[in-house]
Design a protein around this ligand. Structure first.
Ligand code: BYC
Length: 474
C-alpha cells in the first residue's frame, strides 16, 4: 500500500516529499490554482462552512473523511490507486508487455494532448456551475453542488500532477494554460464543446451530472486501461469520486419527476400550462433538456470513425472501458459496421476497422449506461399511472461532431431537411419559453430540510445525516 502524507502542503500518496523539484513546481502552481478558484469557482460562498467529503486515501473501505470546511480550505490532494504488481498491457500492439512508468518518447505528444483535454474539462465544469449556488433548491443540493465542484478541482490536480511529473517544461506550461482557458470565453474557450455551454439552471446541472459526468466515467475507464501506469492509477481513483456526481444527476432528475408526478396527481392533469402555473416542471420539458444534454455529451466521444482513436488503441494509450470484457484485445483485422449519411437524404452502412471505431464502441456502452436511469424514471412515471415515457434520442440526432454533424435528423434518427429541423426544433429542444419558465423557478431555498416547490426531497441525507441537516452554514 502507498504511504499517505496528509500533513504536506499538498496531501499525496506519491512520495512528493522525496522529489523536491516536483514538489516545488506543484507548490508554485498551487497559488495560481487558488486564484483561479477565487475568481472562477463558486461565486460568493468561499467563507461558508460546507459539510464536505475529502479524499484522504485510496483504500476502498475508507478513503474519505466528512466535516465542515470552507471550500478554499478543502485539501486538494494527489491520490493514485495502489500500484498493481507486474501489471501487463491489456490491449493493442504492446499487449502482454510490462506497463510503462514513464511515457515513451514516441507517444509523448498523444498522451500530453489527451491529459490536457481531460484536465481541461475539470475546471471548465466548475466555471459553468459558478453561479448555481445562488439559486440552490435546498441546502442539501447546495452542498452536493459544492462537493462536485471541489472534486472537479481535485481532478484538475490529478491531471496537473501527471503533466508536472512526466512532461517537463511543456507539461508545466500546459498546467498553467489549464487555468487561463475559460468556459464560454470568446477568445480562449475550453477545448470540448459541452464545456462551453452555459449552465444557468439546476435542471441543466442535474442533466449535466447525469449525462456529461457519465462521459467522464467512460473516458476515465478508458484511461484506467492505459499502458501508462500512472495515468491508469490516477483515473482509477478519480472514478471513485465520480460515482457521487452521477448519483447527484440521477437522483436530481428523479426528484424533479417525482415532484411533477405528485402535482399531476393532486391536480389530476397533464396540462403543461396548468402544471407550470403550479410551479413544477412538465415531463415534456424534462425530455427536451434531456435531448439537449445527452446529444451534447454524445459529441464528447469524438467521431465514429477516428484514426486518432485507432492509434490510441494500437499504441496502448487508451483502451476500451472494461477492456477485459471484450473477447479480442488486439482487433488487428476485425471490422464493424457504422451508419453514415448516404448523401441523398438517407443513411447507409459503412464497414470500418474496429480500431477506427473505438470512439463509437465506447459511445455505445455509454448509451446503454444512460438508459439505466431512464428506465428507472419511466418506472416511477408508470407507477404513478401517468401515460408518458421518457426516451433517449437516437445518437444521430443533433450531432456537432462525427459523421452526422453535417446532417439533420429527427429525435428518432430519421434524416430530415435542415428546414424541417429548424421548423421543429422548438418541439425537441428547450426553446426560449421553456428556458424562461425554468429560470422563473430558480429561487433559492435556505432553510434546512426545505425544498423548492419543483423538486421532491431526497430519500436520505449525506453520510447517514438527516435531510434536515444543516449541510451549508450560511
Ligand atoms: N468538442 O478524431 P476525433 C469529464 C475534436 S468528461 C470539440 O474524432 P478523437 C468531465 C478532436 O479533439 C471526459 N472538439 O477525436 C465531465 C479532434 O481535434 P483535432 C473528458 C472535439 O481524438 C463532467 C477532432 O475533433 N475526457 O471528464 O478520436 C465534469 C477530430 O476528432 C470534440 C476526454 O475527453 C468535442 N466534443 O477523440 C467534469 C478524454 N470531440 O485534434 C469532467 C480525452 C472531438 O483534429 N480526450 N473533437 O484538432 C479524448 O480521448 C479525445 O480527445 C476525444 C476525441 C474522445 C474527446
Amino acid at each position: 500500500m502507498s504511504t499517505i502524507d496528509l500533513q504536506a502542503l499538498i496531501p499525496n500518496n506519491v512520495n512528493l516529499g522525496e522529489n523536491r523539484q516536483l514538489q516545488r513546481a506543484l507548490e508554485h502552481w498551487q497559488p495560481a490554482f487558488m486564484s483561479w478558484w477565487d475568481e472562477m469557482g463558486p461565486s460568493d460562498f468561499n467563507a461558508k462552512e460546507v459539510y464536505l467529503r475529502t479524499a484522504v486515501g485510496v483504500d476502498a473501505s475508507g478513503w474519505a473523511s466528512y466535516g465542515y470546511t470552507p471550500m478554499p480550505d478543502y485539501r486538494w490532494g494527489i491520490f493514485l490507486a495502489d500500484q498493481e504488481e507486474n501489471r501487463k498491457i491489456g490491449f493493442g500492439d504492446h499487449m502482454g508487455q510490462d506497463v510503462w512508468q514513464e511515457v515513451p518518447g514516441e507517444y509523448r505528444s498523444a498522451f500530453r494532448r489527451l491529459i490536457v483535454t481531460q484536465g481541461d474539462t475539470e475546471p471548465a465544469s466548475v466555471e459553468q456551475q459558478r453561479l448555481l449556488g445562488h439559486t440552490a433548491p435546498s441546502l442539501y443540493d447546495l452542498r452536493n453542488l459544492f462537493q462536485v465542484n471541489v472534486e472537479e478541482g481535485r481532478h484538475l490536480w490529478a491531471m496537473v500532477y501527471l503533466l508536472h511529473a512526466h512532461f517537463g517544461r511543456d507539461g508545466r506550461e500546459e498546467a498553467e494554460e489549464l487555468l487561463t482557458r475559460h468556459s464560454g470565453d470568446a477568445d480562449k474557450p475550453r477545448i470540448l464543446g459541452t464545456f462551453n455551454e452555459p449552465m444557468d439552471n439546476w435542471l441543466s446541472f442535474f442533466m449535466f451530472t447525469y449525462f456529461t459526468d457519465r462521459d467522464g466515467k467512460f473516458q476515465l475507464k478508458s484511461f484506467a486501461e492505459s499502458a501508462f501506469d500512472p495515468l491508469a492509477r490516477t483515473t482509477r481513483f478519480m472514478l471513485t469520486e465520480e460515482a457521487h456526481h452521477m448519483f447527484v444527476g440521477e437522483t436530481g432528475i428523479g426528484r424533479v419527476i417525482k415532484r411533477t408526478l405528485e402535482v399531476m396527481k393532486e391536480l389530476d392533469t397533464d396540462n403543461v400550462d396548468t402544471l407550470r402555473k403550479a410551479g413544477v416542471i412538465d415531463l415534456p420539458t424534462v425530455q427536451k433538456f434531456m435531448n439537449f444534454w445527452f446529444t451534447s455529451s454524445l459529441d464528447l466521444f469524438g467521431s465514429e470513425a477516428s484514426s486518432n482513436a485507432a492509434n490510441y488503441f494500437s499504441n496502448g494509450i487508451k483502451g476500451r472501458p472494461d477492456e477485459a470484457k471484450f473477447a479480442d484485445h488486439v482487433e488487428l483485422e476485425s471490422e464493424m459496421i457504422i451508419q453514415v449519411p448516404d448523401g441523398k437524404g438517407g443513411l447507409k452502412n459503412e464497414t470500418i476497422s474496429t480500431r477506427n471505431g473505438m470512439n463509437e464502441i465506447t459511445r455505445l456502452e455509454y448509451v446503454k449506461d444512460c438508459n439505466v436511469g431512464v428506465t428507472r424514471w419511466n418506472m416511477a412515471i408508470k407507477r404513478a399511472g401517468v401515460d408518458f415515457e421518457l426516451s433517449l434520442p437516437n445518437s444521430r440526432f443533433r450531432r456537432s461532431v462525427g459523421v452526422w454533424s453535417a446532417a439533420h435528423t429527427d429525435p428518432q434518427g430519421n434524416p430530415i431537411s435542415e428546414a424541417e429541423f429548424n421548423a421543429r426544433k422548438d418541439e425537441w429542444l428547450p426553446n426560449d419559453a421553456d428556458k424562461t419558465f425554468i429560470h422563473s423557478l430558480m429561487q433559492r431555498v435556505t432553510e434546512p430540510g426545505k425544498m423548492a416547490g419543483w423538486i421532491a426531497p431526497p430519500d436520505r441525507g449525506i453520510n447517514a445525516n438527516a435531510v434536515e441537516y444543516e449541510y451549508v452554514k450560511l
